[in-house]
Write a protein that binds this ligand. Sequence first.
Ligand SMILES: [Zn+2]
Length: 316
Amino acid sequence: MKNAELVTFGGSGLNRAAELRGKEADVANETDRTIVLWRGKPLFDLDGSPSLVMLKNTHPILEGAPQYFLGVDAETRIYARDISAWEPPADQHPDPFVFYDPTHQQHPDLPKTHSFVELRGVMAQITPREAELTASAKALFHWHNSHKFCGRCGGETQSAASGWQRNCTACKAPNFPRTDPVVIMLITHGNNVLMGRSHGWPEGMYSLLAGFIEPGETIEAAVRRETFEETGVKVGEVEYLASQPWAFPGSLMLGCRGEATQNAITVDTNEIEDAIWVSKSDMFDAYLGQNPALKPARKGSIAHFIIERWLKDQLG
Ligand SMILES: [Zn+2]
């Protein structure tokens, strides 16, 4: 697809400087800067439009926080630090039961405009570089937190290569950060697009169908299988469109389009709550905020990006 890399999190050409990992990157330098995350939420300055906060790597709130090396930006080495051990004030605790966490957390030792925020809440307003840094750090921290033990022998693992590897302390097996591939597909039949909704989504919210690729499966096969499993719709031709790193918590979304060979829907309610065909004109109205029955996909998501280009005939 033309301009596929314009998708949010589509990359900013960050120099990840892998040659420095585990070597010079572990030696502190006065000019080093770091982004900060707290329980998966990056620190933004919300004075005006959101901007990613870069602290000196020696800032006192970072003491004891795990540190990983993200890359080099205009000669400055950029790190990510995780201060999840910090306990916010009682009135700033996030709500673990909501679909989307709207709460902000403010550290008392930082300026009042600095807040830890849900990345999805700001992703459509930030620069490609900010998006790449936060997505990389968020996925990396999640991987570290969920791979503390060796999958082979159960021994403890330790971070290595400035955060891009974990080695088992018992059997010495190396582990590398994983990314889970997910297909997300624009399935069309004539002028209609197939939309589904998961259990528990906010009212009126539908999005493109999506699902994890299984071992031994191609992208195209996963598109056809997931669509058939969830909706009973059979898909013919499948074409890859664009990809999006999606650090919620560690996926790579592979955007595809496919043409349905028939339009009868049989929803598998174990998988999703509902699936519908939506005409181009109804989707136009949804994107204009004029369709009360249908909310458009969240701006910044690859679903929003692909549907918008379908509406504008810009998929080719
Ligand atoms: Zn091991």
